[in-house]
Design a protein around this ligand. Structure first.
Ligand SMILES: C[S@@+](CC[C@H](N)C(=O)[O-])C[C@H]1O[C@@H](n2cnc3c(N)ncnc32)[C@H](O)[C@@H]1O
Length: 443
């Protein structure tokens, strides 16, 4: 491969004589040509930069010397063979995939900008790529060109001591989209910090699994946005789901769907009948977001009988065998007479009384926001019971007994008449869905 770098400051490239890059040049894996743009100014053009058309501070690099330089250096007109790269903060962000793309070319010409940048016609007519090394502005394109060239050179066969050492690294093909796992060397204990036991045991399958999980964990913690395009296996997805559930605290959150006491449209207190869709869809949402369980609060004997036979079918009967995914969701359901009974069941399971968090489509006096509650649940080690009403909603007496009531869901206006199963999905996503620390989507 041949790399040409067009710069106004060739001395800045002295570090490229060192270490792995220096060795690659010495071993002739690479022809490295650092070229001063001033060599192409000639008596005709003289200057390398000029004032901005349209006004504004600073100077812009002129096109003529760069056109001449590229014409002189270019070995092929085929873009796949000779890549012409402009360094610019307004470019596509350079990443490992871009490094791999460039490493497949026969020649890469980097153009280093300076001052306010480069005349647009250079990009228009010469560039195959415009790359930035990040969302910040540097004084010149020399460091970006060196950074990019370095990441390309180390991919050349024979550049590294062991070829495989470029293969198991952050962003490389084996870890597509993932950051590399933590690495250790001797001594086994240093300053009271021990190397993880599994790495000392010599069980290669265990080591492979530990490394994969550490990569997933690290990526999720530091660069969660990468996970959307990472190549993940079912086992990876399972690991991440458990991790998220653990970290975000869902494993100690239960949900209750109250059929009595609730209001009807005349504000009378009634007992609503069960709805098959609510049973299934809320169970599926609860399973998706990793809740610990789903209580159906329904005291009427006839209704309980109906629920009982439905659950029997899905939890133990033909349904359980026919559709195991549905079985998994519906096995989270328990039936109880009252919300007090549901809370008591959680207390006996966890040893702690659950905090009661209700939802209402009407504004109430003790309302709390989603971001606050999301943080609170994640940081708490107490169980929570998230309470939804059927009919026209939970009674005022019930709402008064709650520790908090979540703010009603609104879309774009005041209309917010959602079915309870829609409200459940939206609220679970707001409380436990993929978001970063600032509450923005991270997926
Ligand atoms: C001061 S910058 C020009 C900034 C330009 N006016 C802008 O706002 O986009 C001068 C040169 O440094 C290089 N440069 C600065 N920041 C860079 C980055 N993040 N990635 C790649 N090149 C960069 C480019 O070659 C650029 O032409």
């Amino acid at each position: 491969m041949r790399i040409d770098i067009l710069t106004l400051f060739p001395e800045m490239f002295a570090p490229m004589q060192q270490s792995i890059v220096g060795r690659a040049v010495k071993n002739e894996l690479l022809q490295l040509n650092i070229k001063n743009i001033r060599d192409y100014t000639g008596p005709k053009h003289g200057l390398t930069d000029d004032k901005l058309y349209g006004g504004g501070a600073g100077m812009v690099m002129k096109p003529e010397p760069l056109f001449e330089a590229v014409a002189d250096l270019r070995q092929s007109d085929e873009p796949a063979k000779t890549r012409v790269v402009i360094t610019s903060p307004a470019g596509r962000v350079f990443d490992q995939q871009a490094a791999e793309e460039l490493s497949r070319a026969e020649q890469v010409i980097f153009i280093c900008g300076h001052y306010e940048g480069i005349d647009q016609r250079v990009e228009q007519a010469l560039a195959t790529d415009v790359f930035s090394i990040g969302d910040f502005v540097l004084t010149g394109g020399e460091l970006p060109a060196m950074v990019m060239a370095d990441s390309v050179i180390r991919l050349l066969p024979g550049a590294l001591g062991h070829d495989e050492s470029s293969q198991e690294e952050s962003f490389s093909e084996d870890l597509v989209g993932l950051l590399e796992y933590p690495q250790y060397t001797r001594p086994p204990v240093f300053a009271d910090m021990a190397v993880p036991e599994v790495l000392l045991g010599g069980n290669h399958a265990d080591i492979r699994r530990w490394r994969r999980e550490q990569s997933l964990l690290r990526t999720w913690e530091r660069r969660p946005e990468l996970l959307t395009s990472a190549a993940l296996t079912d086992a990876d997805m399972q690991f991440l789901a458990e991790l998220k559930a653990q970290r975000r605290g869902q494993s100690q959150v239960w949900l209750a769907l109250v059929h009595y006491p609730v209001y009807n449209k005349k504000h009378e207190v009634i007992n609503t009948s069960i709805t098959n869709l609510d049973i299934h869809d809320i169970a599926r949402a609860s399973a998706t977001f990793g809740l610990a369980g789903y209580f159906l609060v329904q005291p009427a004997a006839g209704q309980q009988e109906l629920i009982g036979s439905l659950l029997k079918h899905w939890q133990y009967g033909f349904g359980a065998r026919y559709n195991p995914d549905r079985h998994e969701a519906l096995s989270k359901i328990s039936l109880c007479d009252s919300l007090t009974d549901a809370a008591a069941a959680i207390t006996s399971q966890t040893g702690k009384k659950p905090r009661l968090l209700a939802t209402s489509a009407r504004p109430t006096s003790n309302m709390c926001g989603y971001a606050q509650m999301r943080r609170q649940i994640a940081e708490s080690d107490e169980p929570y019971l998230l309470v939804f009403g059927t009919g026209w909603g939970l009674t005022d007496e019930m709402l008064a007994e709650m520790d908090w009531v979540l703010r009603p869901i609104y879309g774009v206006g005041v209309y917010n008449h959602l079915s309870v199963r829609s409200a459940v999905s939206i609220i679970l996503d707001r409380l436990f869905g993929e978001r970063n620390e600032r509450g923005e989507y991270d997926g």
